[in-house]
Design a protein around this ligand. Structure first.
Ligand code: ARG
Ligand code: GLU
Length: 709
């Protein structure tokens, strides 16, 4: 009896918890998700969230991108006024804040607040996209695919048909369309966007608030980061997208979020509405096993070497701190995530769990022969891929993406080859050298060349990388290379590009840094990426069949498509968690906690004087709760990279927070989500408002927003 009750309870709890997993497609809410959301407390309808005929919440959600690849949203933002004002994270706007910063006007250190619209700062290249509508184009694509196509032919056909559908969908309009695969290529949806090109920086707190806790607290809870900033969309006079112009006017959105300052309690419904980038929840065990044994440990080691050098440079000099702050945050972010991910995957036995599922699948496929042999084929292909994995990691992490000058040399070469004019090169060079420190980069190159040579067997090391090692002293070799190269010094590059002629390209191709870059690039594409790509194409097609099979086998399971940078909804509830035995973490943090963490000796834990004064005076305005200011809270919404800056909404669809991170113990959720341990971290909107009103005195911005309560 006890056993049956226990099993029933466990079953029930997994069923209930499972439901918090997932990133759902807004246009399918009505069909699949809304009932469940309403059971959990949501008080709006599917039509309130996504509607193409009238204003709905989706019209207030913005994907931030870059010109040239606007659909590859790097963060999310949300509109909060009828003048195009929007919130996102501090870390999402960091490169914009950094671009505008100098030693005299150090907005990273001091924060930035535009007191009038005229003071707002433009950010060329940044795009803001708003979803106009979505369409299921699965049949339109599948109808034109045939079963006798090879994997490559199929992929080509999909590309071609997608392009055609995209063009048809937006012909004669200023919209842009993007078709993407869902469920490992079993379904296809098209998203149609309006993409704005004039996005300005309106406000950002000092890094001691916006990045409080820095890379030390990154990916962890309890957290006290005021990770928010404010941007504004500008349009032409007709409220339509336009490139930056001083004549542009603030965007009048169809919809913006009202703000609730009521706060959250444990168990409250929350939903995150944004652009999650990539998850891989349906990978086979072999992929996770490979990741744990090869990719993650080496990627981590390479970045550890790089970060040690950058951190030292930043500690030593204030200008270097400005130059490297955004870059260092980027390098450190993935580095730390991979560590948490590996830990979580091991702790939650993801490989073993997946192996169990695969066994079950093999059994099931005995009576469903069209799915027979998939697992075995996976095993074979992953085995075949193994020798290429480390060479590929080193080519990308220690080679092409290692020392900065390597990427820069390649960019210059491409510019010269394609455009043959010096202004282009000079413009790119200027922005490169603004944040470049040759001494730091030299150290990085030296360390990474050492690693490259020591970790791989000879056959996997590109010629020029080997050469650096042959004389025995890599440091000297790098010194010489930098002395000779035109890329190590802006002046040399200026002289070079001042008198370009037919032989310039040939001359550039003799440059030692370019030769190194090219050697790695060529080696990687011919010896690694090409064969690996062939294996991956076969794996992709297996992935498609595997997931189609799983969906037939697990009829009870509510499947959701992996994140792919399209608009999604995650919902769940506010709640603490138990990170380790005997410890329970509460669901929120407070300003008092910031004072507890304060340490003037450590850059990441410096608290601005003004914040301390407000704290001492308890000058909290309407944002206090229990005599303190709430700072961050956690919930079990299923999120990933790209969800940064996403609006966190309450049961009435009002803004209560801004998503910015996940908690350490659950970072493996990109591959295995676990409701009891996976938590997304949001800044409580009241903390952001408190900073804007009390610390910055930017009443102009508060006055623009609408409060629900
Ligand atoms: N971990 C968060 C994300 O993935 C925040 C990253 C920025 N913060 C930082 N300290 N590097 O984007
Ligand atoms: N900080 C991440 C981002 O930039 C969000 C955190 C996550 O990966 O969940 O999108």
């Amino acid at each position: 009896m006890r056993n049956t009750i226990l099993t029933a309870l466990i079953l029930l709890s997994t069923l209930i918890c499972k439901a918090d997993e997932g990133m759902w497609i807004p246009m399918l809410l009505e069909k699949y998700t809304i009932e469940e959301m309403q059971q959990k407390g949501f008080r709006l309808t599917a039509e309130d969230v996504y509607n193409i005929n009238r204003a709905s919440l989706k019209d207030a959600v913005v994907g931030l991108g870059r010109e040239g690849r606007p659909f590859q949203h790097f963060c999310t933002a949300e509109l909060v006024s009828d003048e195009g004002l929007m919130f996102t994270n501090h870390h999402c706007a960091l490169s914009m804040i950094q671009q505008h910063s100098t030693l005299d006007n150090n907005y990273i250190r001091n924060g930035f607040w535009a007191k009038t619209k005229a003071e707002e700062l433009s950010n060329p290249g940044i795009t803001a996209s708003i979803l106009v509508r979505m369409e299921d184009v699965t049949e339109k694509i599948n109808n034109r695919l045939t079963s006798d196509m090879t994997d490559e032919q199929r992929a080509d056909a999909i590309k071609k048909i997608s392009k055609q559908l995209e063009e048809e969908a937006v012909a004669g309009s200023n919209l842009q369309a993007d078709v993407r695969a869902y469920f490992n290529g079993n379904q296809f949806f098209m998203s149609v966007f309006k993409i704005f090109r004039d996005v300005r920086l309106v406000g950002a707190p000092p890094a001691a608030i916006g990045k409080f806790g820095g890379d030390t607290d990154n990916w962890s809870w309890p957290r006290h980061t005021g990770d928010f900033s404010l941007l504004r969309i500008y349009t032409d006079k007709n409220n339509e997208p336009a490139s930056y112009s001083s004549d542009n006017v603030p965007y009048k959105p169809k919809q913006f979020f009202k703000i609730s300052t009521k706060g959250v309690e444990e168990g409250d419904f929350t939903m995150v509405f944004g652009y999650p980038g990539t998850t891989t929840e349906y990978l086979p065990s072999f992929a996770i096993d490979r990741l744990l044994r090869f990719e993650n440990p080496h990627k981590i080691a390479i970045r550890t070497a790089k970060l040690n050098i950058i951190d030292q440079a930043m500690e030593s000099d204030e200008l270097l701190r400005i130059k490297y702050s955004a870059k260092a945050a980027g390098v450190s972010n993935a580095w730390k995530k991979w560590q948490g991910e590996s830990k979580g995957l091991l702790r939650f036995k993801t490989v073993e769990n997946k192996q169990k599922l695969e066994k079950e699948f093999i059994e099931w496929s005995k009576s469903n022969p069209e799915y027979a042999g998939i697992v075995e084929k996976f095993a074979k292909l992953y085995k075949e891929s193994e020798p290429y994995i480390l060479p590929s990691v080193y080519a990308r992490e220690a080679g092409l993406g290692g020392s900065e000058v390597i990427g820069f040399a390649r960019t210059c070469h491409a510019l010269l080859k394609n455009s043959k004019t010096s202004p282009n090169i000079l413009k790119t060079a200027e922005s490169f050298y603004k944040d470049y420190d040759v001494a730091t980069d030299k150290k990085i190159m030296t360390e990474l060349l050492k690693l490259y040579n020591s970790q791989l067997s000879d056959e996997w090391i590109p010629e020029e990388v080997k050469k650096a090692n042959e004389k025995g002293d890599i440091e000297k070799y790098v010194d010489k290379m930098f002395a000779k190269s035109i890329f190590s010094d802006f002046n040399k590059l200026k002289i070079f590009s001042a008198k370009l002629h037919e032989k310039s390209l040939a001359k550039l191709e003799k440059d030692p840094i370019w030769k190194l870059a090219q050697s790695i690039y060529e080696f990687n594409s011919s010896k690694i990426a090409t064969p690996l790509g062939k294996i991956q194409t076969q794996i992709n097609s297996l992935n498609r069949m595997w997931l189609a099979g799983l969906m037939k086998m697990q009829t009870e399971r509510n499947f959701y498509p992996d994140a792919n940078s399209t608009l999604r909804i995650a919902y769940g509830k506010v709640g603490g968690y138990k990170p380790v035995d005997a410890v329970y973490y509460l669901h929120y943090t407070t300003l008092s906690g910031i004072m507890e963490k304060e340490n003037p000796e450590i850059y990441d834990y410096i608290v601005p004087t003004k914040l301390k004064e407000l704290y001492a005076a308890k000058d909290f305005g309407r944002y206090a709760q229990n005599g303190d200011i709430p700072v961050c809270f956690i919930a079990n919404n299923h999120t990933t990279g790209g969800n940064s800056g996403s609006p966190v909404l309450n049961a009435d669809g009002q803004l209560i927070g801004i998503n910015f991170d996940r908690a350490w113990e659950g970072v493996m959720s990109d591959m295995q989500y676990s409701p009891e341990i996976c938590r997304n971290i949001s800044i409580d909107i009241r903390y952001a408002l408190f900073i804007i009103e009390k610390l910055a005195g930017a009443h102009n911005l508060i006055d623009e927003m609408t409060f629900a309560d």
